[in-house]
Design a protein around this ligand. Structure first.
Ligand code: UDP
Length: 367
């Protein structure tokens, strides 16, 4: 029987951050396993045609947490990058989140001036207003604006992405992209933003590069659990899978990414362009923009959201609602019976973490 002090299941950003902490701070050995054939989970990237391609869709790092930024900065330099997103509405590309610049592009100036004045009066310049909040306004002009943004930006996109209307989702989901009473076109206003200079995979390889960390790919926990002794098991995979789905399956949304290579310098005008209306995909990502890669080819991905189905595709987004959280809680109560076992990460915690929040969770936990 093999022996190891710590096992981490899942070699994504959560598992890798934890492995590093255990090795460095506790000076203990860690075995980290993953059933995929690469490290990094859904943050994995690779080079093709001199372009750094994000295998699981566009990933942009942003945080306000200095500790998270400093932690990662030990393993990578950063390419300064401020993310902007455009959406095609009525044939034109407007900034998303919808802001004053977007408004001026879709309405005649007298109307947009009036709406701008009302928005500033009601909320204040610089404020971010979730669409579901804006829809509650009793002012008829703001109501008109809210309806426009709801229908053009949110309704069809959300139906495609989640299979339900915006109001039937946890409000935090559409609240991620609030209407912005501002002229700042950036997608995020966080203090620290950037893309790892040589890609996410290189950064994560450095994090794993420690004599006490051993990585085993193409390996699931079931493959090894009867042949290895351990003191602590950190499970960043799906919690329902660990318990063999005994209370039922936790639902997720997935994405089918259709990668295309084009024999031209650029395919579109921006790294990410959303298509809320008219198409079955939600957005197109063009990867060379992130690190300003030079190539006479370009690589893009079309995102087709779909339900997660075991064996068919990957888990991307937990579907946060009362029913699913109650099911998650059942699994968590079961997990608490085993003092050697801990769940974490997007799949273990069943939370819609951004990368920085996944890392923050690991940096703040007791090990
Ligand atoms: N959303 C939308 N239209 C957009 C952008 C976002 O309706 O043009 C909604 C949609 O429900 C989406 C959510 O806002 O799932 C969060 O968007 P975000 O870009 O944060 O999603 P992620 O990048 O995590 O997939």
């Amino acid at each position: 029987m093999d022996k190891v002090k710590n096992i981490i299941v899942g070699c994504g950003i959560t598992g890798i951050t934890l492995a590093r902490r255990i090795a460095e701070e506790k000076n203990e050995e860690v075995l980290i396993i993953d059933n995929k054939d690469h490290i990094g989970g859904n943050c994995y990237d690779y080079y093709d045609e001199n372009i750094c391609v994000h295998k699981y869709g566009t990933h942009i790092f942003h945080t306000d947490n200095k500790d998270v930024w400093n932690f990662l900065s030990k393993f990578t330099k950063w390419h300064p990058y401020m993310h902007k997103v455009k959406a095609v509405i009525e044939g034109i590309e407007i900034p998303v989140p919808f802001n004053i610049n977007s408004m001026e592009m879709v309405f005649p100036s007298c109307l947009s001036e009036k709406l701008q004045q009302k928005l500033v009066e009601k909320f204040g310049f610089g404020k971010k207003v979730p669409i579901l909040e804006l829809r509650k306004c009793d002012d008829k002009d703001l109501n008109f604006l809210a309806d426009y943004i709801y229908k053009r930006i949110f309704l069809d996109y959300t139906l495609k992405q989640w299979g339900v209307k915006p109001e039937d989702l946890d409000p935090l989901v559409t609240g991620r992209v609030p209407v912005y009473v501002s002229r700042d076109d950036r997608y995020f206003q966080n203090k620290y933003q950037g893309i790892p200079l040589n890609g996410y995979t290189k950064m994560m390889e450095k994090m794993l590069d420690h004599p006490l960390i051993k990585v085993k790919l193409n390996t699931s926990f079931n493959d090894i659990k009867n042949s290895i002794e351990y003191e602590k098991l950190y499970y960043t995979g799906a919690i329902d899978e660990y318990f063999d789905y005994k209370f039922g399956e936790l639902p997720y949304r997935s994405i089918n990414l259709d990668f295309q290579k084009y024999d031209k310098e650029y395919y579109q005008s921006n790294s990410v362009i959303n298509y809320p209306e008219n198409y079955t995909f939600t957005r197109i990502g063009e990867y060379k923009y992130f690190l300003d890669d030079k190539s006479d080819k370009t690589i893009v991905s079309f995102e087709y959201p779909e339900a997660f189905v075991r064996g068919k595709n990957e888990r991307y987004y937990p579907i946060i609602n009362e029913e699913n959280l109650a099911l998650y809680q059942k699994y968590l109560d079961e997990a608490k019976k085993d003092p050697k076992l801990m769940f974490l990460g997007r799949l273990g915690d069943y939370k819609y973490y951004d990368m920085d929040k996944a890392i923050e969770r690991v940096l703040n936990m007791e090990i």
